[in-house]
Design a protein around this ligand. Structure first.
Ligand SMILES: [Zn+2]
Length: 292
C-alpha cells in the first residue's frame, strides 16, 4: 500500500480532485481496500479450493495447490479430459496425494485422495481412481528428491515422443530440458499394449527411463514432469509443452536452431525455481481469484 504522505507529495494539486472522484466511485462499487487486493472468485461458482484439508495431517494449502495445478494445466490445454497432478505426502514419504478419477478441470480439494506407493488408496470410500496412478507411485519410489509428479498427453510433445528429433531447450523458462529428455517406449519391455501405465512394472520401467531428469517423454502417449514442489512440476509440464510447440516452429523456419547448453540450462533452471511464485500467483488468481 502506498503511504499517504507519498501520495500527497507526488500528486499535483489539479489532479487531486480526480483521485477523490476515483475513490468515491470505488467506494460506491465496493472495490476499495482489501477487496481490491483480493479480486474474489474467478467465477460465480463456489471456489474449487478450501480452507480445510480433506486429508488428515496435510495442510490445506498443499491440497489446494494440486487443485490449482490441475485446473491451470487444463485451462492452457496441457491437460484435457485426461492426465493428473500429484504431490508426495508432506510427512510420510511412502504416500502421495492425487485426485479421484475425473477430468483435471473439474478437480476440487474434496476430490484429493491419499495413496501408498503401490497405488492403493488409503481410504477409497467407493471413489474411482486413475488407472495410471502407478506412474506417480513408482516415480516417488525411485526419486526421493521428487515432491510432485505431473502426467500429460499434451499435444505439443506428442510429435517429439515419436520423432528422432530430440526435444531441446529453446529458451530460459524450459531450461530444465537442457539436461536431456529421455523417451520411454513401452514396447521395449512390454510388447504391444494399449500404451497405458496400468501396473507397477510399467511404472517402474518408466521411472527408470526418467532417471535423474525432470521430464520423460512417453512414445505415442505424452510425458511425465517432476519437481521439488507442485509449483515446479506444473511449471515444467506447462513449459515442456510451450517449448515443444516453439521448437517445431523453429525447425519449420529452416536452418539449425541454437539451443541452450547444459550449463546455461542448469543456471536458468536454478533462477526459475527462485522466482516461480510470480507465475504461480498469477495462475492461482485465475483459478481461485486470489494471489497467495
Ligand atoms: Zn496417460
Amino acid at each position: 500500500m502506498t503511504h499517504p504522505n507519498i501520495v500527497q507529495k507526488s500528486v499535483r494539486p489539479e489532479h487531486r480532485w480526480r483521485l477523490g472522484l476515483v475513490a468515491a466511485v470505488a467506494t460506491l462499487l465496493g472495490v476499495g481496500g482489501a477487496a481490491a487486493q483480493s479480486p474474489g472468485p474467478a467465477s460465480p461458482t463456489a471456489s474449487p479450493t478450501a480452507s480445510t484439508s480433506p486429508i488428515a495431517g496435510v495442510d490445506a494449502a498443499l491440497v489446494n495447490d494440486i487443485v490449482i495445478g490441475s485446473r491451470i494445466l487444463a485451462e492452457f490445454g496441457v491437460l484435457d479430459g485426461f492426465g493428473h497432478v500429484s504431490a508426495r505426502h508432506p510427512t510420510d514419504p511412502n504416500r502421495f496425494l492425487m485426485a479421484r478419477s475425473l477430468a483435471p478441470a473439474l478437480v476440487t480439494s474434496d476430490d484429493i485422495m491419499e495413496f501408498d506407493l503401490d497405488g492403493n488408496p488409503v481410504d477409497a470410500r467407493g471413489r474411482a481412481v486413475f488407472l495410471e496412478r502407478f506412474i506417480h507411485g513408482e516415480v516417488y519410489r525411485a526419486r526421493p528428491d521428487v515432491r510432485s509428479v505431473v502426467h500429460t498427453h499434451s499435444p505439443g510433445v506428442i510429435p517429439f515422443s515419436v520423432s528422432k528429433v530430440p526435444l531441446q531447450a529453446m529458451y530460459h523458462n524450459p531450461a530444465f530440458l537442457a539436461a536431456g529428455v529421455p523417451i520411454f517406449d513401452i514396447r521395449d519391455k512390454f510388447g504391444a499394449t494399449d500404451m497405458l501405465v496400468r501396473n507397477a512394472a510399467i511404472g517402474k520401467a518408466l521411472a527408470d527411463s526418467l532417471g535423474d531428469k525432470s521430464v520423460v517423454l512417453m512414445r505415442g502417449h505424452g510425458d511425465v514432469t517432476v519437481g521439488p514442489s507442485i509449483k515446479a512440476a506444473v511449471f515444467r509440464a506447462y513449459y515442456t509443452d510451450v517449448n515443444a510447440r516453439l521448437q517445431s516452429q523453429a525447425i519449420a523456419l529452416g536452418g539449425d536452431p541454437t539451443y541452450l547448453t547444459v550449463e546455461e540450462g542448469a543456471k536458468a533452471d536454478a533462477t526459475n525455481l527462485v522466482v516461480i511464485d510470480r507465475i504461480w500467483n498469477l495462475w492461482s488468481m485465475k483459478i481461485v481469484g486470489a494471489s497467495r
